[in-house]
Design a protein around this ligand. Structure first.
Ligand code: UDP
Ligand code: MG
Length: 311
């Protein structure tokens, strides 16, 4: 009998958890041919999430939990859950029911049939989201796909069901700066996409502010592409060529027509322009350097405070 592990990162989800648990149990009941384990990762929640998980574990032995010592972010939560999962098939989903558990039977059948290694989901619209956020999201996907080898699908959710082999491949990527949308694409494997209409979260608040999303997208680009570094080199090269041509032009002009001293404003513009370009270049370099710095420190990606086996 196959075992399916459901990994659920939870951060302050006391409002959504009961509804989620009810739904997932319903789905599990509708699939009597498989066994389930539910791995909830409490990402340093400040509300009653952990005590709820303890209660669920007592009531239902399929419920396992991992609790972090502080908030390490969803990426860390997913990693901890995937590491702990024992299943032949492993699914990742959010606790807020934005990922409908009712899709699971179909996703499982798809992967089980052997034709696909992964069943992933993407949402087809961005309703219920501020238009400006949708706009930046679209831009982000366009840019990152131009820059990176890993295919990163627009609107892809983290909700997916994977074969053991794919999860092992993901776990073999030990990087500190984890951008799982990129990691899922980078490991490859055959993926079938399920589409569904975006649902509002059942309860509680989204943890993503615009600024957090912006930082996250920058991290994604840096984790899966070095194109920004090339761009600054190319920009430097283009400007050098331009400056050389200009120098020749003014040299000849001065020799032929004499030199009434003009051009002070243009000089200031050029100095400012070059200063700006240089700072951008240094900034880009610095961002990559900072990522390298964090990788070389080799810090743990998360710290576990307690799990259901060791209290
Ligand atoms: N989450 C987490 N750690 C965080 C932020 C979020 O584990 O630091 C979890 C959260 O509990 C939820 C999932 O990640 O299960 C998605 O978060 P959210 O619903 O806030 O994001 P959105 O659906 O708005 O993109
Ligand atoms: Mg959500």
């Amino acid at each position: 009998m196959d075992l399916i592990s459901i990994v659920v990162p939870c951060y302050n989800e006391q409002e959504a958890l009961p509804a989620f648990y009810k739904e997932i149990v319903k789905t599990a009941k509708s699939m009597p041919q498989v066994r389930f384990e539910f791995i909830f990762v409490d990402d340093g929640s400040k509300d009653k999430t952990l005590s709820m998980l303890k209660y669920l574990h007592k009531k239902d032995s399929r419920v396992r939990y991992i609790s972090f010592s502080r908030n390490f972010g969803k990426e860390a939560g997913m990693l901890a859950g995937l590491k702990a999962a024992k299943g032949d098939y492993i699914a990742v989903m959010d606790a807020d029911l934005q990922d409908p558990p009712s899709l699971l039977p179909e996703m499982y059948a798809t992967v089980k049939s052997g034709e696909y290694d992964c069943a992933a989901t993407r949402r087809t619209d961005r309703k219920g989201e501020p238009p400006i956020r949708s706009f930046f999201a679209k831009m982000f996907y366009r840019i990152i796909n131009k820059m990176s080898d890993a295919e990163i699908v627009d609107g892809a959710r983290d909700f997916r069901l994977m074969r053991r082999k794919m999860v092992d491949a993901i776990l073999s990527m030990s990087e500190y700066n984890r951008f799982s949308k990129g990691i899922f694409g980078w490991v490859g494997f055959k993926t079938k996409w399920f589409e569904y209409v975006n649902a509002e979260r059942v309860a509680g608040q989204t943890k993503w502010s615009f600024w957090k999303l912006f930082k996250y997208s920058m991290e994604g680009i840096m984790a899966f592409s070095t194109t920004p570094l090339y761009i600054s080199s190319i920009m430097g090269f283009v400007i050098c060529v331009f400056a050389f041509i200009m120098a020749c032009f003014y040299l000849i002009k001065t020799l032929v027509f004499g030199d009434p001293t003009t051009g002070f404003p243009s000089l200031v513009c050029i100095i400012l322009f070059l200063g700006g370009i240089q700072l951008i270049g240094i900034g880009v370099l610095g961002m990559y350097l900072s990522k390298t710095y964090l990788e070389t420190k080799n810090r743990p990606i998360y710290i576990i405070k307690e799990t259901e086996t060791e209290k």
